[in-house]
Design a binder for this molecule. Structure first.
Ligand SMILES: NC(=O)c1ccc[n+]([C@@H]2O[C@H](COP(=O)([O-])OP(=O)(O)OC[C@H]3O[C@@H](n4cnc5c(N)ncnc54)[C@H](OP(=O)(O)O)[C@@H]3O)[C@@H](O)[C@H]2O)c1
Length: 339
């Protein structure tokens, strides 16, 4: 099988996760990793045989064995690097979130003009569960009217970019509510404009970073999503409930499934979703297993590589549209947070 050659910009936490995902993917290989400091790149590649360490984005983009670039930097640096990569003729996988929707538009338009793939690095949409739920909604619960999501993990390192508004302007709102808004795009699928956005943020007094936020976003036609996200609950929480007129679809691991995601190796839990209708109790809920074909972050890499190979312009545009919508909803929350 032909293998798409990836270059990674950045040597931090998520760069490591995705480097492993690229290595596991059947149709991709990791060619090189760039850092602003060559020592970081060398440290990163030390246990990755065959992967070159390079200094600076220019050196990465000059390589013929790099056909696609994964951007794993803080949000403030993403657009410039992605645009540079697109100008050099590389497909781009850019991690979430983004500065704003206008920034996403500049990147997606530049990529589309060159027939290149732009994809954001949201893992869960590549899990087979995503398509399974989308296909089941109408039959199992009827047209979705409201969606509640909660996404927390315990995190308190004030030295990390998550606590630095100069690196991650929306801090926890951008980091965590991204997934809530992506769930809106994938499952609630509102067609109308936003009619209301309300956010109650809690800020860290030392850094002014948002560390927790609860809120609501409503759409023309009456669809509503409520969300609760942050770092302060002392546990991981990934709950989702999608309510239709006839029932509810639910998951307790919607962001990083407990079966395949590298964050929870060998948990023994099975990926799937549950649905319930009428006055049924817990025992009446039906669990529908949706076995992963591989870890969901590797599935993302495989889908990305397949799309670069197929040249499917309709699918390319659909991914770009999903990113634009997600960031647009996030922008509305950011404005509502009074920032
Ligand atoms: N999709 C997901 O599941 C997921 C998960 C976690 C994080 N993320 C997102 O990914 C981004 C990075 O998160 P992280 O936890 O990996 O952060 P991190 O550990 O701080 O790593 C960021 C890396 O980017 C490079 N960098 C820093 N500032 C830069 C700049 N101004 N220009 C170019 N490169 C720069 C650094 O590498 P060098 O110093 O070697 O250049 C650094 O190691 C965040 O926006 C986060 O929200 C996504």
């Amino acid at each position: 099988m032909p293998q798409l050659g990836f270059g990674i910009v950045g040597t931090g936490f998520i760069a490591g996760v995705i480097a492993d995902a690229i290595t596991r993917a059947s149709n991709a290989r990791l060619s090189a990793v760039s850092s602003r400091r060559i020592e970081n790149a060398r440290k990163f590649t030390a246990n990755r045989p065959g992967v070159e360490a390079v200094q600076g984005v220019d050196s990465l983009l000059a390589r013929a064995d790099v056909q696609a670039v994964y951007v794993a930097t803080p949000t403030v640096a993403k657009e410039e690097i992605a645009l540079q990569a697109i100008a050099a003729g590389k497909h781009v996988l850019v991690d979430k979130p983004f500065i704003d929707q206008a920034s996403v538009l500049r990147m997606t338009r530049a990529a589309a003009a060159k027939g290149l793939v732009f994809m954001d690095a949201t893992h869960f949409v590549h899990h087979p569960r995503n398509a399974a739920i989308q296909a089941a909604i109408a039959e199992k619960i009827g047209p979705p009217r409201s969606l509640h999501t909660a996404f927390y993990f315990p995190f308190s390192d004030r030295e990390n970019i998550r606590f630095d508004p100069t690196q991650e302007p929306m801090t926890a709102l951008g980091d965590m509510a991204w997934y809530s808004m992506r769930a809106v795009v994938e499952y609630l699928r509102p067609e109308g404009r936003i009619t209301k956005a309300v956010v109650a943020p809690e800020r860290d007094p030392k850094t002014n970073a948002i560390v927790r936020a609860s809120g609501l976003i409503a759409f023309d036609g009456g669809q509503v999503s409520t969300f609760d996200v942050g770092y302060t609950a002392g546990t991981v929480l990934m709950d989702l409930q999608l309510l239709g007129a006839n029932g509810v679809i639910g998951m307790d691991d919607f962001v990083l499934d407990w079966e395949s995601s590298s964050a929870f190796k060998d948990s023994g839990d099975k990926a799937g979703y549950a649905y319930r209708t009428g006055m049924g109790t817990r025992k009446d809920a039906t669990f529908v297993p949706t076995p992963p074909r591989t870890a969901q972050e590797s599935a993302m890499i495989e889908d990305f590589a397949e799309l670069t190979a197929s040249g499917d312009a309709v699918l390319r545009a659909a991914y770009a549209e999903a990113t634009l919508k997600t960031q647009g909803y996030l922008d509305a929350l950011w404005a509502a947070a009074g920032s």
